[in-house]
Design a protein around this ligand. Structure first.
Ligand SMILES: CC(=O)SCCNC(=O)CCNC(=O)[C@H](O)C(C)(C)COP(=O)(O)OP(=O)(O)OC[C@H]1O[C@@H](n2cnc3c(N)ncnc32)[C@H](O)[C@@H]1OP(=O)(O)O
Ligand SMILES: CC(C)C(=O)C(=O)O
Ligand SMILES: [Mg+2]
Length: 513
């Protein structure tokens, strides 16, 4: 199987992402992880950019042994001198030098004629070759360059000593068909092309970086360049983890191998995200939080029966521990039962059905059902027939008059079956209710947070109260709803207390079983 080289530029093009700035220690940390990931070449920075970048490239070049380390330079002698200063410590120093070849860039940016650009290219590569055994030359904005001119300058670059030729789609303008065709064209029209490796470098402005990279590979690219998580200038570079996993998963189609250790992907992605401060979007291919998450019942059922029904790559392949069946309003009984089982609940089918109905009702009101929510639902069901009991609100009443402390009278049935009534004042109606409940509940209650909102629209909307409290040191969130705000608040308070009570009763039950 043909093998291609992976050139990582997370520390150079990736660091060109707006708002990203890595110090030497951070760059070194990422470089070590890239080495574990198995990249063939890593571009550690742009040594002429700043003393800090020169220092970082130097540290990386002297530390990394299993990947080749390179640095970028313009076609300017002083840039190459800076790069040599940083890279001479490497086992096999490698330079990456570039100049733009498109009419737009040559005319407006470089203000050089095509002939001058060819001459600068030749002179620069020859100068660099005095120091560096390996010189990679890039034709910036190659895709928007005149093809015949590109073929001519590539031929000259190889003659001058470049052993890797990079053909970037600098502004992410190419389509896969066109980018692939450009590689084919160069293979067929540059007489000495076999003396150098041909490299692809794709940006993602139109979201086609992965497709373009794969098209280049199919048309003879020997190396591909990209970054972890696809970070980079503007919309970023091609995401190396996506290309790596695509080549591996579809090796039946591409027939291409790499030296990448794919199960280092997750760790590498997380490290880069953490140190650059660039979050990975949840639905990003391969490394997104949702890449192995299944939310809907039909998918969850399929995955439980046979993961390959909905997973074309295993979580383990990229170093992820497992897939994730997220319970929400689209989930079905199979996933619900599976989670209940993994939490230690063995319910008969009737109890499971009842618990599932409660779960669906709650799922309509909450985005995500937590394990704590499930615990409460399942425990309620499991304890239904046993001797356990909780606090039940019988009535709540409030006496309120402007400029006076309100009084609340609360009547509750205790777990022991006694009816207890308390009347207490408070700074407000809700506080008066909580004070009365505090007197009734046996144990120490401390309210941490409380809020009410309406469910639905209109004057007759239901009120939902959510309360976070500690009860005998345990803390939990309780919630309940009612037509009236005050009743919802009292019920939410008891809901939290009862959940904690049920948890300890359930633990007791599980211990004795
Ligand atoms: C497609 C890419 O990703 S290319 C890499 C982009 N990365 C970076 O630019 C990061 C590092 N850059 C820097 O720190 C600075 O831009 C430096 C140190 C390189 C240069 O800084 P300055 O000397 O202040 O120049 P400035 O950045 O403003 O302008 C760039 C100059 O380089 C010239 N230039 C641009 N590319 C090249 C090239 N490949 N070869 C030679 N000259 C070039 C421009 O024409 C311009 O020249 P001018 O001053 O004669 O008009
Ligand atoms: C410097 C070159 C290789 C580059 O990053 C680009 O053209 O996108
Ligand atoms: Mg680039």
């Amino acid at each position: 199987m043909r093998k291609i080289d992976i050139f990582d530029t997370t520390l150079r093009d990736g660091e060109q992402s707006a708002g990203v700035n890595l110090n030497t220690a951070e760059k070194l940390e990422i470089a070590k992880q890239l080495e574990k990931f198995g990249v063939d070449v890593m571009e550690a920075g742009f040594p002429a950019a700043s003393p800090g970048d020169l220092d970082a490239v130097k540290k990386i070049a002297s530390t990394i042994k299993d990947s080749s380390v390179t640095g970028l330079a313009r076609s300017v002698k002083s840039d190459i001198d800076h790069a040599w200063e940083a890279l001479k410590v490497a086992e096999c120093p490698r330079l990456h030098v570039f100049i733009a070849t498109s009419p737009i860039h040559m005319t407006y940016k470089l203000k050089q004629t095509p002939e001058q650009v060819v001459q600068t290219t030749i002179d620069t590569i020859k100068y660099a070759k005095q120091f560096f055994p390996i010189v990679q030359w890039s034709a910036e904005d190659a895709f928007r360059s005149d093809r015949a001119f590109l073929a001519q300058i590539v031929e000259q670059a190889i003659k001058a000593g470049a052993s890797v030729i990079n053909i970037p789609d600098t502004v992410g303008y190419a389509t896969p068909q066109e980018y692939g065709a450009l590689f084919k064209y160069l293979k067929e029209n540059v007489p000495n092309i076999e003396e150098a490796k041909l490299s692809a470098h794709c940006h993602n402005d139109l979201g086609m970086a992965v497709a373009n990279t794969l098209a280049a590979i199919q048309n003879g690219a020997d190396q591909i360049e990209g970054t972890i998580n696809g970070i980079g200038e503007r919309a970023g570079n091609v995401a190396l983890e996506e290309v790596g996993v695509a080549l591996y998963t579809r090796k039946d189609f591409y027939q291409i191998g790499t030296n990448l250790t794919l199960n280092e992907i997750k760790r590498t992605s997380q490290l880069v995200s953490k140190l650059t401060g660039m979050a990975v979007q949840a639905n990003k291919a391969v490394v997104g939080k949702n890449a192995f998450a299944h939310e809907s019942g039909i998918h969850q059922d399929g995955v439980l029966k046979e993961p390959t029904t909905y997973e074309i790559i295993t979580p383990e392949l990229i170093g992820e521990t497992s897939n994730n069946l997220v319970l929400g309003k689209h989930s079905g009984r199979h996933a619900f039962q599976d989670r209940a089982k993994s939490m230690g609940f063995e319910l008969d089918s009737e109890s499971l059905n009842q618990a599932f109905i409660q779960f669906k009702k709650l799922a309509d009101r909450k985005k995500e059902i937590t394990d704590e929510d499930l615990w409460t639902i399942l425990t309620n069901e499991q304890l239904k027939d046993s001797e356990t009991a909780v606090y039940e609100l019988e009535t709540v009443g409030v006496q309120y008059k402007s400029a006076q402390d309100p009084f609340a009278t609360v009547r509750v049935k205790t777990p022991a079956g006694k009816i207890v009534e308390e009347t207490t004042s408070g700074a407000g109606s809700v506080e008066a209710i909580f004070n009365a409940l505090e007197k009734i509940v046996e144990g120490k209650v401390h309210v941490l947070d409380y809020r009410v909102s309406s469910i639905g629209k209109g004057r007759d909307a239901l009120a939902e109260a959510v309360i976070n409290l500690t009860f005998n040191e345990d803390d939990l969130v309780g919630r309940d709803s009612a037509q009236d705000v005050l009743e919802a608040s009292a019920k939410a308070y008891l809901n939290a207390v009862n959940r904690i009570l049920l948890q300890s009763q359930m633990k007791q039950l599980l211990i004795t079983v």
